[in-house]
Each structure stands twice: as C-alpha cells, then as structure tokens.
Design a protein around this ligand. Structure first.
Ligand code: TRP
Ligand code: ZN
Length: 879
C-alpha cells in the first residue's frame, strides 16, 4: 500500500539488464499456513549492459527472507540490503550462483497476483510483475531463463502438481507428501512462470502437428466441472490447426495444459505450456452457458494458444511494448473467430466494442498511445487501447501490405526474433522489409494517442464525369500530446451508382478501371482523390470494413444513409449506415422528444425484417440501436436521462409500428433440435431474442406470456437469460418468483449466478440501486471474487447509465464505497472499477461536482493503492 506519491516509469529510461540469468531452479514447499520457496539462480553480467554497478539488485515484494548464499557461502548481513521493493546484494562477482529461501503467505494473498489460493487450489499469476511476490528475481521480460521447478505438497489435498514444461516422475515422501519436478526447455521471462496444485480432474485429447509431434492436451478443472470442458478442448484443437494453416506456426512442447480457476483478475494467462484461465472462459454446457459464452471461450482459448508464438517464443523487451504481443495476438484471435463463424458479424462486434470503449478511453483522461511512454502501475495499461486499438494497428499493416506480403512479414518476424525480447519497432520493420516500403510515418500509430477524425467531402462534376473526394485529417489533443503529426491511414472506399451497384474505380492516372473497393492512403493533413469516368453522381461508401480506427465525418442525407443501408456491397458499411442514421434520429429525439422519426427509417427496418434472404445474425446487428453510453459519447454534454428516454421511445415506436413483422421473425427463427453454438443457430437466436426485446417494449400481456414461456421452456441459457432479463426490467408480478426460482435452480453454479447478479444490476427498474446494495449481502456474493465484482458492481456502473448516474449522486457514492473496500483486497480490480467514474468532465456541472467529490475522497484516503492512485489522480489532473 501507498506511502509516498508513486513514481513514474518512462520508456526513455530503458536500459538493458546488468545481469542475465542462465538457469533458475525453484523448490516449492506448499502448506496450509505458509509456503517456502527456495531458488538457485545462475547469474552473470550482461555483455550488452550499458552501465555497471558493483551490486546486484533483485526485485522482491512481501517476501520473508530465511537464508541467502552466494556461491555456496552464506551472505553476511552487511552484504545485502532488503527493502519494500527488493534486495541489493553488495559487491558481486561477474558470474555466480545465488541461492535464497523465502517464506510467503498465499492464503492471505487476496490481490490474486503471485502465488495465491483459489478455493482449494494453489495457483499463480505472474504477469506483469507478480513473480517478484514469489522469490527474488530480475522480474523484467528481457531477462529470459531456463526454469526447473520442484513442487512438494500434501498428496491427499494436492494430488495434481503442475508447472511449465515437461514433468518427471512423482516421488512419494514419507509424511503423506509427494514431489514432482517440471523442466521447461525454453528460456522464458518470469512473467510466464506458472504453478498449480490441487485436487483436479482433467479431460485429455491429443493433436499431431504437421512436423509429426504428438502433443498431449489436457484441461484441468475441479471435479464437479469435468463435463463442461468439451467446447474448450474442441476450440483448442481448432486454434492449433488454424495457426499451422494461417501462420505456419506449430506447438513446441509435448504437453499443453489449461487449468480453470474461479478467482482470477483477468480472462486468462498464456504461461508457457500451462495456461491458467478464469473458469468463465473454459466451462460451458448448453444449459449453463450462453452463445456469447461459447464464443468467448473459443476466442480466449485461441488467444492464449496463439501467444505461444506471439508473446512467449517472441516476447516484449519491456512493458511499454505490451501491444507487441497483445495487439498482434488479438488481431490473430479476431481473424480466427472470423474464420470459425461469420466474418461480417465478427467485424461488427469488434468495431462496436472498439468504438464504445476504446474511442472513449482515447477521448478521456487516461488516453495513452498503443505504446505508452510512461506509467505508474503497469497493470493499469492492460487496456482496450493496447489490446483492441493495438489489433487495429496490426490490421492496418495487413491492409497496407495485402495478405501475401503480410504473411511474409510475420514469417520474417518469427525467423528474425525467435527466442528474443523485442519492440514494436522491430515488428514494424519486418512488415516494412516484407512489404518493401517505408513505414516510418505509420509508426505514429504506436506513439500518438487519440482517435483521428477524417472530414470528407465529395463533389461530382457531371461535365467532366469526375468525382472528387477531399479528405482532411485531424487528431484531437490528448493528455501530454497537444499537437499531433498526420497519420498514415488506409481508407477503403467504394462508389455506388444510382441503382446501388458498385462502380469500377479509376483514379486519375490509372490506365484501366480498377477494383470496386480502393484502399486510399491518407498521409497529409488534406488530400484530394479524383475518380474519373464516373457516369452518375455516386454515393460514396467510406471506411469499408472499418479499414482504420478513425471517425469519419461526411455530410450524408438521411436518404443516402438508407440507400447505403439497403445496397452497400460491404456488410460492415451497411451496418454502419444504419447506426449513423439511428444515432442521428436518437440525438434529435434527445433534443426534442416531439421530433419526427423519418418514415423511411421505419420502412427500412420493415424491409430488413421482411427480407428472408438476409443473414439473421447481420440483421440482428443492423436492428440493434446504438448503446446509451455510446450515444452519450456523441454529445457535447451527456444527457443521461434524455438519452435513456429517447432510446426507449424509439424502441417502443419501432415495436408498435412493426409488431406484426417482429412477431413473424420471432416465430420463424425458432431453433429446434439439439443445442449447437454454430454461426447459423447463434444468428437465429440473436435475431429472435432481439425481436422479443422490441416486442417487450409494448407492455402487452400476450407478449409477456410469450417471454415467460420462453423462460420456462428452458432450452438453452441464451434464451433463458434473455427472457429473464427482459422480465426483470419490468414490474411484472411473476418476476420476483422467477428470479428466486432461478437462484434456487443454480445456487451451486457460480458462473450462472454471475448472470443472475448482472441482469438484476442492469434492470431498468427505478429501485435497482437499492436492490444491488441488497445483493452485496447475498450469500452467493463475495467482494473477494473478481467475477462477482464485475457481475454486480461493474454491470451496474457500466451497464446501467441511467441508474448509476442518478442525479442525487447515490450511484457515485456506492461505487466509491466499493472501490475503497476492494482496494484493501485487490488493487487491480479496484482500479478497473474506479475507471467507471473518471470521465466526469463529460457530464453536467452538478454531476461533475458529485463525481469529483467522490474521486477526491478516494485520493485522500490513506493507504490507497498505486493502481487506484494513478487512475484517480490522472482523472482529476486534467480538469
Ligand atoms: N496476458 C494475458 C492475456 O492477455 C493478460 C492477463 C492475464 C493479465 N492475467 C493478468 C494482465 C493479470 C495483467 C494482470 O491473455
Ligand atoms: Zn493476451
């Protein structure tokens, strides 16, 4: 916990390590009250070091030193110095062996970083800087070493003992204990170390790589969950085959293990050969998991597997380079999911997430570049910017190079840097070499924060038959970066003729008409592109496929947007046109509830609903109105209540105008037979449930009966939870009983109860905050469990804007109370929660003051963590 103002770490201060560690041997003695860790480090001076101090400085926190020796000789008390952050060993030789023994207390580790207990299991989380809570070490990613790990524990309680690499035989010890040694042949940074011990069951399968290596695949879970692992295993096998196919990358050890744990700060962790997962991203059955859960599992399993090459074999030089592994790996998992399901829908989902969260982050007090240049607490930089915008930055390089050169670039990257800890510049250089082009300007995407805005104008010259696009780029200031240099932006455009057909595009100077989509390269503050031989005034389709993470401003008429919605050959752009139009109508309704909704809009929805040829999943995306929080981001000052009212108003209007069509869609898209989470069935369920959502706006008893019937039919969790959520929004007499029944049915399944907490937290009912407060005391809730915190507190504060931002400030007080409570236990999760209040400047003066008061209260609480301090202080600083 914090004593002084935390210090800031800067990228510009990076220096190579003074020492390297060739070999690490670890011995763990796990016990109910304390754990002892012995370590043996083979150290030597780094020939590439740029500085030379006589002493060795090792990281280490919350370690109780038992013994320390150098080359077999105990180090005298005067020979070392221990403080809160590490150990200094004085006057060390150039090459030596350092042995130490420490005592740690995993049972008291509520931060879930380092070695901790989750239920009856011991497990670890070392990224980013958790290894230093296990033993003294050079806990930085550019120190890579070979690890040998011996684990000793009670055999009854901990029959399964796991670590990275390959296992030796188990040795039985006299006192009911047993011991095993794991050897990892690949040098790795300490953040990829893992250990698990517990009473686990496993499902096993195998995969043969193209080079003929037979890999044993095992998923370990607590005994009661053994029949919920099949989807995770199938996903893993698909991911392995895909990486072999698409990137020519195969797995490199004889065994690949996944362990599911209930207490975990994030989604999952790519530890070498031993991934540790939040059980939310492993366990699934049709009765307990929704379509989203099935998709989430497939993508997170793939993500962690893909890290074996993009992250583990090639890792980050320092934590400023985090997006080197995360942006690239997210791009890879996005493409994998696109190939496994519906590519168009996947792209829409990813863009929706980016716009909702990353654009907001980029416009707020925590805005930072994809490669940040400073931080106080690195855990605060596992952000949507580093992950999702980082993935877009990789995608843009793929767009600029084309598929073949991009694959050449990744091949070069793997070849050039295997076994090394490198930088985002190293990655871009491979792309530049493979694409044979200069990407110097492109690199600004890594160093400049903020979302660029493109203002585009189109002028048709009938006499000359030309169409001229004028593109201006501008990037708003972000904290610490008042002025920005122009970006290199791939802008995919098409032109539609008056019948909605794509024109072949011929730019000035082209000898032949080109393809119907062109990737324009925007590099100047202002640029013009002249298309020739354009027979009619076209409607431009801009940023097809979302070719760059930018905002586009073009003065479309409502009619043009409806035209694009109906005709654009690019699915993403059809969806985008619908969103733009819906947003325009909604913002008008916020200003004036009596403003008229264009008849054409309702008509366009009607046509879409009646078009039996369209893909249900895409249709569901098109018919989903922009979220309240996203609408707020489009306003100069967020009008919380106005937005909620306008969105409800438009939903009700659409429902009453289109009741017949919605009922038909509901009827026609029933999925019968055995539950399967394939793209087709998922699409139909999502369209059908969307229709039910609209229909429930009508407060119609027959429809409520339909909703209750869907709940009771209980075919799959997607349909059940949708129905229950819709019922929980309303004062329907049956709701209380159904909620209680659901709890009784699922009281032993924590992941299902997470959904139960969430849907109550997101209820539109006016008394939701009181109910949420009540649920804090529910026996199934625990503030020590991050999934529960996210399901109840997170869902309320981020998924229920109109209740969280209640004018009396009760929501803000509720959040800050929880943050202070949580910060004592788990600073990482507390810092995630407090972010939900940091965009206070976007609201009216009264709400601003209420939020500021709470933020100041948190900041001035003694003992606040570095994690929370950084977020709160930065949000108050930019007033
Ligand atoms: N590297 C992990 C991933 O993206 C992220 C992660 C898991 C993490 N657990 C963490 C990051 C704890 C910080 C702290 O897959
Ligand atoms: Zn990752």
């Amino acid at each position: 916990m914090l004593r002084d103002t935390p210090s800031t770490v800067y990228l510009k201060d990076y220096l190579p390590p003074e020492f390297l560690i060739d070999q690490v041997m670890l011995w763990f003695d796990l016990d109910e009250t304390e754990t002892r860790v012995r370590s043996r480090l083979e150290l030597r001076r780094n020939p590439a070091a740029q500085s030379r101090s006589p002493d060795l400085r090792l990281h280490g926190e919350q370690l109780e030193l038992i013994s320390l020796s150098l080359d077999g000789q105990p180090v005298a008390p005067a020979g070392y110095l221990q403080d809160d952050e590490g150990l200094t060993v004085r006057q060390v030789p150039d090459q030596f062996v350092l042995e130490s023994e420490v005592r740690i207390l995993p049972q008291q580790n509520t931060a879930l970083e380092g070695l901790y207990k989750s239920g009856g299991l011991f497990c670890t989380q070392c990224e980013a800087e958790g290894f230093r809570k296990i033993t003294w070490y050079l806990d930085r990613p550019d120190v890579m070493s070979r690890f040998t790990t011996t684990i000793c524990a009670d055999k009854q309680r901990y029959p399964v003992l796991l670590s990275n690499g390959n296992p030796s035989d188990t040795v039985e010890l006299e006192d009911g204990r047993h011991r095993i040694t794991w050897t990892d042949p690949f040098p790795k940074p300490a953040y990829l170390f893992a250990l698990v011990a517990g009473d686990l069951r496993a499902i096993e399968d195998s995969h043969t790589t193209p080079s003929g290596r037979e890999v044993t695949l095992r998923i370990y879970v607590e005994p009661e969950n053994i029949d919920k692992c099949d989807h995770a295993m199938a996903s893993l096998k698909r991911a392995m085959a895909w990486d072999e196919q698409q990137y020519g990358r195969e797995y490199d050890l004889d065994i690949y293990m996944i362990v599911a744990v209930n207490d975990f700060n994030m989604g999952a962790m790519e530890n070498k050969g031993l991934n540790i997962f939040n059980s939310k991203f492993v366990l699934a059955s049709p009765a307990t998991a929704t379509d989203r859960d099935f998709q989430g599992i497939e993508s997170v399993i793939a993500h962690e597997y893909f890290h074996n090459w993009t992250g583990n074999r090639i890792t980050c030089r320092d934590w400023f380079q985090l997006s080197l592994k995360e942006g690239l790996t997210v791009f890879r998992d996005q493409e994998f999911s696109a190939d496994m399901g519906s590519r168009g829908v996947k792209r829409i989902e990813d863009v929706r997430l980016l716009r909702a969260h990353q654009f907001a982050e980029d416009a707020g007090p925590m805005a930072h570049p994809v490669r940040p240049d400073s931080y106080m607490e690195i855990n605060n930089f596992y952000t949507v910017t580093v992950y999702e915008k980082g993935a877009e930055v990789v995608r843009m390089q793929a767009n600029l190079l084309g598929p073949e050169a991009f694959r050449g670039g990744t091949d070069l990257y793997f070849e050039r840097f295997d076994g090394q800890a490198v930088t985002t510049d190293d990655f871009v250089q491979c792309m530049a070499d493979a694409g044979q082009r200069d990407l110097g300007q492109f690199k600004r995407w890594y160093s400049q924060a903020g979302t660029p805005e493109l203002t585009i104008q189109g002028v048709y010259d009938a006499a000359q038959q030309t169409y001229t696009l004028t593109v201006e780029q501008h990037c708003p200031a972000t904290p610490g970066q008042p002025d920005k240099e122009p970006f290199l932006i791939p802008l995919a455009v098409g032109l539609l003729d008056d019948r909605g057909t794509d024109l072949a595009l011929r730019l000035a100077g082209d000898s032949d008409p080109g393809p119907t989509t062109r990737m324009l390269e925007i590099s100047e503050p202002r640029q013009q592109f002249v298309f020739e031989q354009v027979p009619v005034a076209p409607v431009p389709s801009l940023l097809r496929g979302f070719s760059a993470p930018v905002k586009v401003r073009f003065d479309y008429s409502n009619e043009q947007l409806m035209f694009l919605m109906a005709h654009d050959s690019d699915g993403f752009s059809r969806w985008d046109a619908a969103q733009t139009l819906a947003q325009r109508i909604l913002l008008q309704l916020v200003d004036d509830p009596d403003s008229l909704v264009p008849e054409g809009f309702v008509q366009a929805f009607r046509q879409a609903l009646q078009d039996s040829a369209s893909d249900p999943a895409l249709l569901a995306e098109v018919l989903t109105l922009p979220a309240e929080s996203y609408l707020g981001d489009q306003m100069a000052e967020v009008d919380v209540e106005g937005i909620h009212r306008a969105r409800e108003q438009l939903k009700t209007l659409l429902a009453s105008e289109l009741k017949t069509e919605l009922l038909a869609v509901y009827r026609d898209n029933e999925v019968t037979g055995e539950y399967r989470p394939d793209a087709d069935a998922i699409g139909r369920r999502s369209l059908r449930n969307l229709a039910l959502g609209y229909l429930m706006q009508l407060e119609d008893q027959a429809i409520q009966a339909l909703c209750i019937a869907q709940y009771r039919a209980g075919n799959n969790m997607t349909d059940v939870i949708t129905a229950l959520s819709l019922l929980a929004d309303r004062d329907i007499p049956e709701t209380a009983e159904l909620l209680e029944g659901f709890y009784q049915q699922w009281r032993d399944d924590p992941l299902v109860l997470d959904k139960w907490f969430s849907l109550q937290a997101m209820s539109k009912r006016p008394d939701t905050l009181e109910r949420v407060k009540g649920l804090l005391d529910h026996p199934a809730f625990s503030i020590a469990n991050p999934n529960k915190v996210r399901s109840l507190i997170g869902a309320f504060c981020s998924g229920n804007p109109v209740r969280f931002h209640a004018a009396d400030g009760a929501g803000y007080r509720f959040l800050s109370d929880r943050v202070l409570e949580l910060d004592q236990l788990n600073p990482q999760v507390a810092a995630r929660m407090v972010r939900l209040m940091t965009r206070w400047q976007r609201y009216d003066p009264a709400r601003q003051r209420l939020m500021q008061t709470q933020l100041e209260r948190i900041l001035h609480t003694s003992g606040v963590s570095r994690d929370v301090y950084e977020i709160v202080s930065k949000s108050l600083e930019h007033a």
